[in-house]
Design a protein around this ligand. Structure first.
Ligand code: SF4
Length: 587
């Protein structure tokens, strides 16, 4: 029986005193399901108000959900923290084996507090935490090598995950990521910097326990229903075949592919970086997160000949998807596939968030075009759209931070633009760098009002593509749709489902699937829970000083035609007034 004891234990780890303890938090799991719902409450409990996100008081919270290890696509671990990048709520999801390892080690959530006095990594098992010296790993250039060393060092059998940071996290670049299982990331919002601030190089979680269900017969039936829907779904097949990289062609055709810092929404050389081209010429293999029948993770083979040995190649597998290609391809004007893969590989080795890194580079390029910065600021590096060498040198310096300019770039495009100028083309929303969608007004409203300022909060870009071209909803209707979608996504992330499977898991099915694992919640209760969790996130944001009035919207979005025409500023502003009323005034 999946009684909640199976996943309601929370492991607390204090890095300052090298101590740990376990508490049963059935109260939280009963009320907030798991994943995002529980992690948001733990953030309220553990994060003191208005702390510096890089201080030892900032907690790192990982939470999994009732479907982890039970149903397909329940692959995600939810990380929650105060973001050093936005100063606001930090939430990031990663798959791989992270969630199943945490569940099989016996935990529903892990809270890491304090700061170690030396570099360490953690080994987390059932009712045991070991604190390992990571002096030899600190300063290692590649996060991939760090994983190799921990893997070789730790011999435990069982299901395990290894999360770690690269040099970017050690140097506390505010958009540093945490990588797990080499190709999955807690990418956005700077979790890597929070690890670095605690001198936490990584952690391994390993578990062996069985996960049982309440109602076996019903469970098997529901499982089959979900599995069949997944394998018959043309949408999931698309994720498997080309992956999200298939969007490059489509969005370019629509005129929605941000290019050269959104100076354009079409990229003349998009063919070279399209999912089709990469699949035909570079695809090495696909991999999947645990318990996923789709396998959307695409790895390209990058072969680089050694200078003096022309028939010897350095072969690297480079993970790619739409967002990486947009940010480190079209947004910086790189059209040569191999060059783009080299830049992606460098960003991944340092373990930077690729989207933020690409937008930071593209802002700096336009700033150099407009002569508000020069090579005196950039340590001689020439920022130029399409210039790989300049970008590789710049990424090295963003991590090593040799001068004030790179110290500013290491804090993101918004920070750099406030210091040097160019806010109108600093493509950030709530200080978070934009994703690859110049689809229209709803997409931008979505980034602006989403709790994390992420396209994943409410997918406004889908509403642009599916509804705005043929209809004319009011500003209020659009905001209501965005909030409804974001509330629904709180349920998905509380049961810790991959958002790619959102078309499979509707609330009726979730309610039924919960019943067969011993949790009673009607579709109506789920919807109301989703709204409550979103409110709780906004409560945290407001507590930390968020206000709609403080948001700066880059003018660029109003100057470039989107698929449904120019973006109407009056409509945008009207929607913002209503969003404030719905999300903040009613708190
Ligand atoms: S669809 Fe992709 S990201 Fe989602 S669980 Fe499967 S492999 Fe992981």
């Amino acid at each position: 029986m999946i009684n909640k004891e199976n996943y309601s234990e929370v492991l607390y780890i204090d890095l300052s005193h090298k101590k740990f303890w376990i508490k049963n938090r059935k109260d939280l799991f009963d009320k907030y399901i798991g994943g995002t719902g529980v992690a948001t409450q733990l953030l309220h409990e553990e994060c003191p108000e208005n702390i510096d996100a890089l201080s030892e008081e900032n907690p790192i919270i990982f939470a999994v959900g009732p479907f982890t290890g039970v149903y397909p696509f329940a692959s995600k671990t939810i990380a929650m923290f105060k973001s050093p990048h936005t100063g606001d709520i930090g939430e990031s999801h990663a798959g791989g084996r992270s969630a199943i390892a945490i569940k099989m080690a016996g935990y529903g959530a892990i809270v890491i507090k304090g700061k170690s006095d030396m570099p360490i990594y953690l080994v987390i098992k059932k009712r045991r935490v070991e604190f390992r010296n990571a002096n030899t790993l600190w300063g290692m250039k590649s996060a991939f090598t760090v994983g190799d060393v921990i893997r070789a060092n730790e011999k435990d059998p069982g299901m395990r995950t290894i999360m770690r940071i690269g040099l970017a996290g050690e140097k506390m670049v505010s958009y540093a990521a945490v990588v797990t299982e080499t190709y999955r990331h807690f990418g956005r919002m700077g979790l890597g910097a929070v690890f670095g601030s605690k001198m936490l190089k990584g952690l391994m979680v390993s578990g062996k326990r069985n996960i049982e269900v309440a109602n076996k017969k019903e469970y098997v039936k529901t499982y089959k229903e979900i599995y069949d829907k997944a394998v018959d779904s043309p949408v999931m097949k698309k994720y498997h075949d080309l992956g999200t990289a298939g969007n490059i062609k489509a969005l370019n055709l629509l005129g929605a592919l941000p290019t050269n810092n959104l100076q354009s929404a079409t990229f003349a050389n998009s063919e070279e970086i399209s999912g089709e081209h990469i699949a035909e010429n570079f695809l090495g293999r696909r991999v999947a997160c645990s318990h996923c029948p789709t396998g959307c993770i695409h790895l390209a083979v990058l072969r680089e000949p050694y200078e003096d040995e022309p028939y010897f190649y350095k072969t690297t597998m480079v993970g790619y998807d739409y967002e990486l290609i947009y940010a480190l391809g079209s947004m910086v004007g790189l059209s040569d596939t191999e060059e783009m893969l080299k830049l992606i590989d460098l960003v991944e080795k340092y373990c930077l968030d690729a989207m933020s890194a690409g937008v930071v580079l593209s802002w700096a390029t336009e700033a150099m075009q407009k002569k508000i910065i020069s090579t005196v600021d950039t340590d001689g590096v020439v920022f130029e759209f399409g210039n790989l060498k300049g970008y590789m040198d710049a990424v090295d310096r963003i991590v090593s931070q040799p001068n004030d300019f790179y110290k500013a770039l290491a804090k993101g495009a918004d920070f750099a633009a406030r210091k040097y100028g160019g806010l109108d083309y600093s493509m950030t929303f709530g200080k978070n760098e934009m994703p690859g969608y110049h689809t229209g007004v709803v997409g931008y409203l979505g980034f602006t009002i989403g709790a994390r300022h992420s396209h994943l909060d409410n997918a406004g870009y889908s509403i642009d593509q599916n509804e705005m071209i043929n209809s004319t909803p009011t500003a209020k209707e659009v905001v209501d749709k965005l909030i409804k979608e974001e509330s629904l996504r709180q349920i998905l992330s509380s049961i810790s489902i991959c958002f790619f499977a959102r078309g499979i898991y509707n609330v009726e099915l979730i309610s039924k699937a919960l019943h067969s694992v011993g949790v009673e919640m009607s579709p109506e209760e789920l919807m109301s829970k989703g709204r409550e969790i979103l409110k709780e996130k906004y409560r945290f944001k407001v507590r930390e000083g968020f206000a709609f009035e403080k948001l700066t919207i880059p003018r660029r979005i109003f100057e470039l035609k989107a698929p449904a025409g120019m973006i109407d500023e009056n409509f945008f502003n009207e929607a913002m007034v209503y969003a404030k009323e719905k999300l903040i005034t009613s708190l």
